[in-house]
Design a protein around this ligand. Structure first.
Ligand SMILES: [Fe+2]
Length: 183
């Protein structure tokens, strides 16, 4: 699927700016991690972009979070099994069966921390350092919704040292930052 068509689906199925910002940020991080790991950048980016597509629609009905997105994408004629599996994987451990579906869990968490960090910096995502992000990781009261364990455990989970993971993720966010007001 072309990115423009994917963005139209995001437009169609999400309501909130914060959801849009989150989806774009995870897209950027997933693309960078795919490149770093020698994986398919466009497919990993799409998994990131779509992973919370139903987030605004399933707030009252959270058990539908994930499966609803997969249904919508199928109804739109999108059937990439690996991407759909990664979308389910971000929610359910049972689907974490390959690199894309395992990495997305960590991309989701780090993107949340990076966006929150960018929002409190005058330069936003520009010039963000690994050191400053790790400082925010330690500050428990900062962005308390971030699943910090999914950042801390990244080396044992997907075999990328945490500093390297954060550096690649920052670069991924910076690529998309102009689209979400963080450049
Ligand atoms: Fe997410």
């Amino acid at each position: 699927m072309e990115r423009a068509a994917a963005l139209e689906l995001v437009e169609k199925y999400t309501d909130k700016d914060i959801t849009f910002r989150h989806l774009i940020s995870v897209e950027g991080v997933m693309r960078a991690l795919a490149a770093h790991l020698g994986e398919d950048e466009d497919r990993w980016a799409l998994a990131g972009l779509f992973h919370d597509l139903d987030y605004d629609a399933t707030q009252e009905n959270f058990e539908r979070h994930g499966p609803q997105t997969v249904e919508w994408l199928r109804s739109e004629g999108y059937n990439d099994a690996g991407v759909l599996n990664a979308i389910l994987g971000h929610r359910f451990e049972h689907y974490r069966t390959d690199a894309m579906s395992r990495v997305i869990v960590h991309a989701d968490a780090v993107a949340g921390l990076l966006v929150a960090t960018a929002l409190v910096r005058p330069e936003k995502a520009t010039g963000m350092s690994v050191k400053s992000v790790k400082k925010k990781l330690k500050e428990k009261s900062f962005a308390p919704g971030v699943e910090r364990d999914e950042i801390r455990n990244v080396e044992e989970s997907i075999d990328i040292p945490m500093d390297e993971f954060i550096a690649v993720s920052i670069a991924g966010l910076q690529e998309v930052a102009p689209e979400i007001g963080l450049a």
